[in-house]
Structures are given as structure tokens and as C-alpha cells.
Design a protein around this ligand. Structure first.
Ligand code: UDP
Ligand code: MN
Length: 652
């Protein structure tokens, strides 16, 4: 009994000691936080500390954030940026090494890098270090690169490792940009870089590129947000590396959040007035941030993007994108950058003038922090990856903001060969798009569902939970999709999709469908005949002016080139071109080219090359000879067509 009570007393003493230690740690933390904030406001950050001379400060802390964190929940119109609550933190001194597993309390745990140390730490790159040096320092991480270099990441990782972590991109700005002057008091910025299993070289090149190009007075912090990466090099090695970089913080999520969720988490932790969301494989140009900040400072509801240049996935060569360029999306809700000289005005100042953009990509996106929160951050219902930038774009425009590409700012994004992620759910992208269609597109959503039949079937069996988003839409007083289409994006063709005159173009004689093979550019190539896909990607629309509109943009039209049916850009609105006009005769199934009065005939492997020559033998047709041809009209089944609508989405 006495033994027991002695132990109890001892335990109590131990507990008191621990509590005292804890209080001390918290006090140190709070004090150093104050100090840090203060310093940060007054002068540029000090040079990086040497390893093992670190003083605990928030810069050194790696925050592991539980994604159920209430700070992430948005209350409309209010900033959800509740700062870390002291009683939710637990501080684990790093000197204890890897023996003590990180403890947790409340919704956070904090630990110093060094806990769970499992490999040597490459020291931060100093300016101008060569690729070889970088490579040497990365030895030990190589174990991770077991799969072929391209397979693993969707780009040539070996090429990436050969080039320095710090490289300067060639000047690509218009000469007029170099004369532009920006305000001296631009807002402070948090740069949020989310990553999931990013390669070491591309991730660190992104970070160094920001550090090398952003003036210190505007950089509040770089927030690296780890979206539950598994790769070894992104664990303690990264923590250590980052701990030596001034102004860089690392947050780790305990749950896979996906692109939007991860960015919202970063935003909730950010302190800068303006947020920059940046992919974990980017490189910035000199002077990229100032033109963007200036535009946002002038109007806090403006969301802006640099011109996104392209880093080649194979060679890592940098390719400048041609101005003018803007972000768009099509009726399958896929995003693309559209470089179109038509946007260029004759006015010489247009080289420096931002261009309004119906949508912006996610590579580098700049938005005022309060505006981002009040407009509803990223839709938390969006799964892992895909279409979140389209959702944000429609919402920003519809709910009082605007978007533009700023030509005097350039950043490069690594365009991968393929997506490297394994998705637990093959229908994930469709589910994200369904949220967009049902939340934002009103009756126009039918146009989407006809072009993405998988989404239609998913939608039939389950409804998305969009109650909160509809509430947000109402509270913010957002405009409808008709307004968006007519005011923001009038260039997008609105398909008529009349029954019997739109859908897959099915050929009776070959039991196949009209198709446009990928790989011959978006226009100019010949139409082909291939098995019907049933997915909606072969959808076309014969409209009331006689154009057969093809493709998810509806911007390509059936045209005649010699005896072949090819795709050409459709005429501008309210203009017609008689060469692009067709007539469909329902009774015979013939599709007639109006100008030549010839009929469309499908020629497929093993078919008859010339239907009008009775003696023609069945022959194997080389690919170049297959496709849609113009021939004198007959009643041959290969000249019989049906427009088949695959699904019948419900109206609004
Ligand atoms: N990302 C993430 N969680 C995910 C998927 C992606 O944090 O589940 C990160 C990714 O590392 C990248 C950014 O989000 O920094 C955008 O993703 P990605 O580059 O794959 O999109 P893409 O450029 O291909 O559209
Ligand atoms: Mn990317």
C-alpha cells in the first residue's frame, strides 16, 4: 500500500514536472512566434542558420494537421483563419531523436524535424550549385527511384536531377514589360505549394525558384503542404532540408485531401494578405510576382495568373507560351490554355495588358486571402484531383470576382506525360464534374451529360451532396450560368443538341461511328470511322445553320477537302460559310454536303473503296484511305447515317 502511494506521489511529481516542461515549451513557442512575426514585419529574414545551431521557432516546426481541424470549416463571409490554439499543441523536443514517437493531443501535434530521423540530410543548395553537386547531395535518396524514371512521376526524373536546383529561365517577357513600374507597397504573400509524392528535384526546384525570384519584403512565407505523401525522401529528409530554409514552413496532413482540400488547408494556415497556389513542379521567372500582386492590390476580387510557360517532361527544356493566352473549358468540363492571336488587339500596349480569362489553371493562381475565403475556398466535396480549377473559376466569376492572365508575369509548369497517381476510384473525375454541373450549370448541364455518358450514369445512380454549396451560392447572390456564358465566355458555342440531329453519328453499312483520331491536331485532319465509343466523346451537333459541330468545344466543323470530310474551325458567331453546310435527310439517312451535293460515305477496312464501281472487289484499305468520303449519292448502307443520342439527361 505504501509502495503504491509512494509510486502515486512519484507519478504526481513526474506529472507536475511534465506539465511545467510543457508550459515552458509553450511559452517559448509563443514568445518566439511573437518575435518571428515582429522581425518579419520589420526586416528581411536572416540568412539560413547552420545545421545543429537551430533555435526552436515556428520556422523549424513541422506541423502535422488533422484534416478534421475545425479551422478548415468555412463560415461564409468570415475568415476561418483561426490560428493555432495553444492548448491544441504539443511540443516535442527534437534532441530526443527518434526514440520517442510523436505524441498527439487535441487536433495537432508539433514536432521538430529530427524525430524519426532515418537518413542523412542534404544541406540546402547554395546559390549557383551545379547539377552534379545537387546530385551528390541527393545520394541516398536514389533508392527511391526504382521504377523507370518516367513511369514513376510522369516525367523524366533523371533529366530533372541533371539540371541544377537553381536555374535561371531565359527572358521571355515582352520588352515593354521591362519598363513597367509597380507600387512599392504591395501586399504580403503566402505561397502555398501542395504536393503528393512529388520528386525531390522538382519540388525543391520549385521552392528555390520562389526564394530566388520573390523580393523578401513581399514574401510572408512559403507553406509546403504535404498531402500524405508516401515516398521516403519527402519524410524527415525533407523536414530537415526545409528547416534550414528561411521563411519556409512544412505542414503535413494526416489525411489525403486532394488538390483543392490541400490548398484550402494551406490557405487556412497562411498569414499573407495574398495567396499564391503553386504546383510542386514549377519554376518562376524573374519579376513574376509583382505584376500579379499589383493587379490583386488594385481589386481584391481579381484572381490572376501568370502566362504559364511549359517545362518539357522529357528534356526539362523551357518553352515560352505565346501571348495572348487565356484559360478556357469545354463541354466535357476539361480545362485548357488557349493561345489565340485573335485576342491580340492592334494596340501596342496590349503586350502588357492583362486579358480577361473565363477560367484559370491551377499551376500558379493568385488570389486575395480574404476573397478566397469569402467566396468559399475550394469546394470541399471535390475528390483528389481534377476540375477543381473549373469549379473555382465559374464560382469566382459568378459570385462577384473576375479572372485574368497577366502577360508581364511568367512562370513555367512541368506538363507531365501522364498522371502519376493511383486513384482509388476510376469515376473520381466524373464525380467532381457532376458537382460542377449540378451546382453551377443549371439546365446547361444537359450539354455536359450528353458528352460524358459515364457521368450521366453515375448521376442517375447517386446524387451529389451539394446542399452546402447551393447555400453558399444563394448567400453570395451568385449569378446563373446563362449570365456566365453570355457575359464572361460568349465565345463558347452553345450546342443545340436537337434530338435526331445530334449525338454519335452512326453509319449503318459499317456499324461504326464517325470519329476524329487524336494525334492529328485539333483541326485540319480527316474524319475517320471507328467503333462507336458510347462515352459521348464522338458527339456532334447538326445545328440550324447546317454546321456539323464536332468536339467538346463545338468549335470544329465538318468541312470538305477534295473528296474527304475534314475538320475546320467553325465560322465566328453569326457568320456562315457555305462550304461548311450540310443537310441531313432523315428518310434516307443521307448526309449531303450542300455545296457539292455529294453524300458522306464511310470507308472502312475491308469495305469497298468506291461504292459507285459495281465491279470493285473487297480490299484491305490502308489507314489513310479509311474515313469519311464525299461520293455521288446512292442508297448504299455506307451512306446511311443516324444521329444517336445516347442518354436523355433530365431538365432543370
Ligand atoms: N496534389 C496534391 N494532392 C493530390 C493530388 C495532387 O496535393 O491528391 C498536388 C500536386 O502535387 C501538385 C498540385 O496538387 O502540386 C496539382 O496537381 P497536379 O500537378 O497533379 O495537377 P495537374 O498540373 O496535372 O493538373
Ligand atoms: Mn501540375
Amino acid at each position: 500500500m505504501r509502495l503504491w502511494s509512494r509510486t502515486r506521489a512519484g507519478r504526481r511529481r513526474m506529472l507536475c514536472l511534465w506539465l511545467l516542461l510543457l508550459a515552458l515549451a509553450l511559452a517559448t513557442l509563443a514568445f518566439s512566434d511573437l518575435l518571428y512575426r515582429d522581425q518579419n514585419h520589420q526586416k528581411a529574414p536572416a540568412p539560413p542558420r547552420r545545421p545543429l545551431q537551430r533555435v526552436p521557432s515556428p520556422l523549424d516546426l513541422e506541423v502535422i494537421v488533422d484534416s478534421r481541424d475545425p479551422a478548415l470549416e468555412l463560415s461564409n463571409g468570415l475568415s476561418p483563419l483561426t490560428s493555432l490554439q495553444e492548448d491544441q499543441l504539443l511540443f516535442v523536443p527534437s534532441t530526443l531523436g527518434g526514440k520517442n514517437p510523436p505524441q498527439r493531443k487535441g487536433t495537432y501535434k508539433l514536432l521538430l524535424p529530427g524525430a524519426n530521423k532515418d537518413s542523412t540530410v542534404p544541406a540546402p543548395m547554395t546559390h549557383g550549385e551545379s547539377g552534379k553537386a545537387a546530385k551528390l547531395k541527393l545520394e541516398g535518396l536514389e533508392r527511391d527511384v526504382e521504377q523507370p524514371a518516367v513511369q514513376k512521376y510522369g516525367f523524366n526524373e533523371v533529366a530533372s536531377e541533371r539540371i541544377p536546383l537553381q536555374r535561371r529561365l531565359p527572358e521571355a517577357r515582352h520588352p515593354a514589360c521591362l519598363k513597367e513600374r509597380y507600387s512599392d507597397s504591395l501586399p504580403s504573400t503566402s505561397i502555398i505549394i501542395c504536393f503528393h509524392d512529388e520528386a525531390w528535384s522538382t519540388l525543391l526546384r520549385t521552392v528555390h525558384s520562389v526564394l530566388d525570384t520573390v523580393p523578401k519584403q513581399y514574401l510572408r512565407e512559403i507553406l509546403l503542404v504535404d498531402d500524405l505523401s508516401q515516398h521516403g525522401h519527402l519524410k524527415s529528409v525533407l523536414s530537415e532540408y526545409v528547416a534550414h530554409l528561411e521563411g519556409v514552413r512544412l505542414i503535413r496532413s494526416t489525411k489525403r485531401l486532394g488538390v483543392g482540400g490541400c490548398r484550402s488547408l494551406g490557405a487556412a494556415r497562411a498569414a499573407g494578405e495574398v495567396l499564391v497556389f503553386m504546383d510542386s513542379h514549377c519554376e518562376c521567372h524573374k519579376g513574376w510576382l509583382e505584376p500579379l500582386l499589383e493587379r490583386v492590390a488594385q481589386d481584391r476580387t481579381r484572381v490572376v495568373s501568370p502566362i504559364m510557360d511549359v517545362i518539357d517532361w522529357k528534356s526539362f527544356q523551357y518553352n515560352a507560351t505565346q501571348w495572348p493566352v487565356r484559360g478556357v473549358f469545354d463541354w466535357r468540363l476539361d480545362f485548357s490554355w488557349q493561345s489565340s492571336p485573335q485576342l491580340q488587339k492592334n494596340d501596342p500596349s496590349s503586350a502588357v495588358q492583362p486579358v480577361r480569362s473565363p477560367a484559370l489553371g491551377g499551376g500558379v493562381l493568385v488570389i486575395d486571402r480574404h476573397f478566397f475565403q469569402s467566396v468559399g475556398a475550394y469546394d470541399p466535396g471535390m475528390l483528389l484531383w481534377g476540375a477543381e480549377q473549373i469549379e473555382l473559376s465559374i464560382r469566382v466569376w459568378s459570385c462577384g470576382g473576375s479572372m485574368e492572365v497577366v502577360p508581364c508575369s511568367r512562370a513555367a509548369h512541368l506538363d507531365r506525360h501522364h498522371l502519376p497517381y493511383q486513384f482509388p476510384d476510376q469515376e473520381l473525375l466524373q464525380k467532381n464534374k457532376i458537382r460542377i454541373a449540378d451546382t453551377w450549370m443549371d439546365a446547361y448541364r444537359k450539354i455536359y451529360y450528353r458528352r460524358d455518358t459515364l457521368a450521366h450514369f453515375i448521376r442517375q445512380s447517386e446524387s451529389p451532396n451539394i446542399t452546402e454549396r447551393l447555400k453558399l451560392k444563394k448567400t453570395l447572390g451568385c449569378r446563373n450560368f446563362h449570365w456566365f456564358l453570355t457575359t464572361v465566355y460568349p465565345e463558347l458555342y452553345i450546342p443545340q443538341d436537337r434530338p435526331g440531329l445530334s449525338g454519335e453519328l452512326y453509319n449503318v453499312g459499317t456499324s461504326s461511328c464517325a470519329d476524329y483520331p487524336r494525334g492529328q491536331g485539333i483541326q485540319g485532319g480527316a474524319m475517320n470511322i471507328t467503333p462507336c465509343s458510347g462515352t459521348g466523346n464522338q458527339h456532334c451537333d447538326l445545328n440550324s445553320v447546317g454546321e456539323v459541330r464536332w468536339g467538346p468545344m463545338g468549335a470544329q466543323c465538318f468541312d470538305a477537302k477534295g473528296d474527304r470530310v475534314v475538320l475546320s474551325p467553325c465560322p465566328a458567331q453569326h457568320q456562315t460559310n457555305s462550304k461548311l453546310q450540310w443537310k441531313y435527310i432523315k428518310l434516307s439517312g443521307q448526309l449531303v454536303h450542300l455545296q457539292s451535293q455529294l453524300c458522306v460515305e464511310a470507308v472502312k477496312d475491308g469495305g469497298l473503296p468506291h461504292s459507285d464501281t459495281a465491279q470493285a472487289k473487297e480490299v484491305s484499305i490502308p489507314p489513310s484511305e479509311r474515313g469519311l468520303f464525299l461520293r455521288p449519292c446512292t442508297h448504299h448502307p455506307r451512306q446511311q447515317w443516324h444521329f444517336e443520342q445516347l442518354v436523355a439527361p433530365k431538365g432543370a
